[in-house]
Ligand binder design. Sequence first.
Ligand code: TXA
Ligand code: MG
Length: 331
Amino acid sequence: MMQPRTVVLPLSPQGPDPAALAAAAAILKRGGLVAVPTETVYGLGANALDADAASRIFEAKDRPADNPLIVHVDSLEMARSLVADWPEEAERLAHAFWPGPLTLVLPKASRVPDLVTAGLPAVALRMPAHPVALALIREAGLPIAAPSANRSGRPSPTDAAHVLADMDGRIDMILDGGPATVGIESTVLSLLSDPPMVLRPGGVSLDQLREIDSRIGYGADHGKVSPGTRYRHYAPKAPVTRIAGREAIAAEARRLHAEGQALGVLTHESLELEAGIEVVTIPAEPDGYAAEFYRALRTLDTHGLDRILLLDPPTGGRWEAVRDRVVRASS
Ligand code: TXA
Ligand code: MG
């Protein structure tokens, strides 16, 4: 059977168009793939209770089968129906941060297919803070398994055009809900340990989590614990080199430009650079930086560059999630 060409359905600012939502829900119910906007990044959604549907996600993304999917819910009731145990701690965290960019890892219920969790006995759950995602889950009456809607290894998509660039011809539909506002993925928090530990920093900061439970910390080696964080991630086609300091990056740009390299620079501070270097400047505070980072990588990629130099962002606080993405894009 031929894959249908992807259909992009723009949604009005008044809210999700009922006909578009009904069409998307019908695709999910028959095992198809729908890209959905969330507040973090676009997700590539399938019925989380249907192993065949979930297997199509792995195919469309070229995703390694040992990298589990996040399951999206629209209510605490739906979340509880997907886990073997819903501890008091989960209830507190969900009340504090859902809907929002926090993913909770908990022991899975048997109705969650092993394929979704890549064979792990735990499932990752999140209630997204986007009206379209929530409306689609409600309309379909199903939990939606959805990783970021990029081809594996590419920068995550923060608007519908990015999804189309990576997924055209591989999925059934894209719901266009406008640009993602957070711009980087959710924080993944494992409740399998006591105290819980952060497997992937993201839209909810460690400081915010510690207001609910002061014992929460980063996993001793979160790069190894969360399966997906092992892989090369978030990378544009051109190799990215991270350089600390405005003078150092300007000097390296001058040197490579003089060698004749097609060069891009991604910076959050103003730099004096030669004409002919592609420069993208993004905000110098962490939330604005996060909102524009993936888009900046994709923009630079459109210029067919030999190399991208990136000004190293600050450390600490809300910069930690951004730094995690920056380091992965450049390693
Ligand atoms: O913001 C987000 O989280 C976005 C939107 C679409 O919700 N989704 C997303 O999915 O970033 P993905 O697949 O790109 O990243 C999911 C992360 C991976 O690091 C994966 O290994 C981890 O969550 N994860 C999923 N299930 C897990 C589990 N059972 N145990 C441990 N880590 C898990
Ligand atoms: Mg991803």
